[in-house]
Design a protein around this ligand. Structure first.
Ligand code: PEP
Length: 250
C-alpha cells in the first residue's frame, strides 16, 4: 500500500509572530514534488497567524501539545478546543521533551489522546527510547509499552488517521541520527504491533515518521526505507531553505 508521506516541523519554543509569518510564507513557495502532507507545529502564540498565513496552501497546522480537558482552571495550559479554534488540525502528543521536561506520563498522554480525538484533531503520537535503554537492548520493549499505554482503550476506528513518530531521545537535537537501518527496524516493529492490536489494514494505512536530527543531508536515505513514511523535524524546520529541501526529499 502506498502511504502519503508526511513532513512535519516542530518549532518548539521558537519564532515570534513576525518570524512565524515569514517562515510560513517562505514555505508556501517551497514546492512539494512528492505531494507530501506538510505540517508545522508553531508555539501556541503563533498558531492562529501561522494558520492564517498558510491558507490556500497545502500546509497544515499542529499544536505541539494539548491539555486533556476542554476548559477549566489549568493555568498556562491550552485545550484541544482552543488549539482547533486557532487553526490546528493536528496535535503532537508525547514528544520526548513533554515526557522528560514536563513529566507527561503514559497515563497523562492517554488522556491527551482522548481529548484530541474528542475534537477530531489528528494525533501525532511520539515514542522513543533513551540512549541508556538502547544500550540495554530495551528499545523495542520501551516503544511497545509507550504505544500500548498511550493508546490504551481506543479502537482502530477511533484511532483512524493516527500518525506515529519514532524519535529516539538520543537523536533529538543532538546532531546524532539513527541510521536508516535502525529507524527501519523500529518502524517495522511499530507496524507489526499496530497490526497485532488493530488489524493489518490499520497498520498498513498508518504513517510512521522518523524524528531525530533529520537534515537536508540525510533525509533522502531515511525516507528510502519502506516503513519510514515521513519525518518530524526540529532544528532544520526553522530554516526555510533546509526545510524546503526536506519536504522535497529524493
Ligand atoms: C524534534 O523536536 O522532534 C526533533 C526531532 O528535533 P531535531 O530535528 O532538532 O532533532
Amino acid at each position: 500500500m502506498s502511504r502519503t508521506p508526511i513532513i512535519a516541523g516542530n518549532w518548539k519554543m521558537h519564532n515570534t509572530i513576525a518570524e512565524a509569518t515569514a517562515l510560513v510564507a517562505a514555505l508556501k513557495e517551497a514546492g512539494n514534488k512528492n505531494h507530501a502532507e506538510i505540517i508545522i507545529a508553531p508555539s501556541y502564540t503563533a498558531l492562529a497567524v501561522a494558520a492564517h498565513t498558510a491558507k490556500g496552501s497545502e500546509i497544515k497546522i499542529a499544536a505541539q501539545d494539548v491539555h486533556w480537558e476542554d476548559k477549566g482552571a489549568f493555568t498556562s495550559a491550552v485545550s484541544p478546543v482552543q488549539a482547533k479554534d486557532a487553526g490546528a488540525t493536528h496535535t503532537i502528543i508525547g514528544h520526548s521533551e513533554r515526557r522528560s521536561v514536563f513529566g507527561d506520563t503514559d497515563e497523562i498522554l492517554n488522556k491527551k489522546v482522548a481529548a484530541a480525538l474528542r475534537h477530531n484533531l489528528t494525533v501525532i503520537f511520539c515514542v522513543g527510547e533513551t540512549l541508556e535503554e538502547r544500550e540495554a537492548n530495551k528499545t523495542l520493549d520501551v516503544i511497545a509499552a509507550q504505544l500500548e499505554n498511550g493508546l490504551k482503550g481506543f479502537t482502530a476506528e477511533q484511532l483512524k488517521g493516527l500518525v506515529i513518530a519514532y524519535e529516539p531521545v538520543w537523536a533529538i537535537g543532538t546532531g546524532k541520527t539513527a541510521t536508516p537501518e535502525q529507524a527501519q527496524e523500529v518502524h517495522a516493529a511499530i507496524r507489526a504491533q499496530l497490526a497485532k492490536t488493530y488489524g493489518d489494514e490499520f497498520a498498513q494505512a498508518t504513517r510512521i515518521l522518523y524524528g531525530g536530527s533529520v537534515k537536508d543531508t540525510n533525509v533522502d536515505e531515511i525516507m528510502a526505507k519502506p516503513d519510514v513514511d515521513g519525518a518530524l523535524v526540529g532544528g532544520q524546520s526553522l530554516i526555510a531553505d533546509k526545510f524546503a529541501r526536506i519536504i522535497n526529499f529524493n
